[in-house]
Design a protein around this ligand. Structure first.
Ligand SMILES: C[S@@+](CC[C@H](N)C(=O)[O-])C[C@H]1O[C@@H](n2cnc3c(N)ncnc32)[C@H](O)[C@@H]1O
Length: 217
């Protein structure tokens, strides 16, 4: 466990976690589309990296009741909220979460799962300084036919300059840094792991979606 990352995120979310889901619904855009696109196989395994309050896991478990869901997050504070929410849900037996650092986790050790059918990362890469390592680690734990889905802030390049600067400054107050190199890194990682890939941004570049797909034949 990277103690610094854990204490930084605990500091960020100790109080925020109580209002997180209500406030983030207005600006963490594209999360529901990612969940709709997951479409795991029947009885498939799905992992969210940086699962926060488990908002996404609960929604996905409702949509795909035959799949088994797992989540990791470095923040013990966020996981308190996640555990409470999962405990109140009818899907509680289908969701298992654990505290772990996304840059160094082993799903085999945490959950006894070697390879996942789907892994997703929603608005977490922009908060993890060694974010490229997270993608690499995820791909090592993805099955050959599996898919990695990512949504996060985009480059914002098509926003007017002052709006872009104001947005980036506001995000920085929450330790969020849009990953301007995401598209290039997705391409490089897909090539390194011999997989297909896709990348797109929303209209003004507010959010970015990426997918690394099955291994090439
Ligand atoms: C903006 S929240 C997103 C939560 C959730 N994925 C969502 O879409 O609502 C980012 C999450 O990433 C977690 N996180 C940050 N650094 C991490 C790390 N190194 N390893 C695992 N999780 C981390 C934070 O604790 C936080 O819960």
């Amino acid at each position: 466990m990277t103690g610094t990352a854990a204490s930084a995120m605990d500091g960020m979310y100790r109080h925020q976690r109580y209002i997180y889901d209500v406030t983030r619904r207005y600006y963490l855009l594209g999360r529901d589309q990612l969940i709709d696109d997951l479409d795991p196989p029947v009885a498939g395994t799905v992992l969210e990296i940086g699962c926060g309050t488990a908002r996404n896991l609960l929604r996905a478990a409702h949509l795909y009741p035959a799949a088994q869901f797992y989540g990791i997050d470095v923040s013990a504070e966020m996981l308190k909220t996640a555990r409470a929410a999962i405990g109140r849900s009818p899907a509680r037996d289908d969701i298992v979460i654990a505290q772990a650092d996304a840059t160094a986790f082993s799903a085999a050790e945490l959950f006894g799962v070697n390879k996942f059918d789907r892994i997703f990362i929603s608005y977490a890469l922009s908060m993890i300084p060694p974010w490229e390592a997270v993608i690499d680690r995820a791909l090592l734990q993805l099955g050959p036919r599996g898919e990695l889905h990512i949504v996060d802030f985009g480059t914002m390049v098509r926003m007017p300059g002052p709006a872009r600067s104001a947005m980036r400054a506001w995000l920085a107050r929450f330790s969020v840094t849009p990953r301007l190199e995401l598209e290039n890194v997705i391409r490089e990682m897909a090539e390194r792991h011999g997989r297909t890939h896709a990348f797109s941004q929303s209209r003004f570049g507010y959010s970015a979606s990426a997918r690394i797909g099955p291994k090439l034949a």
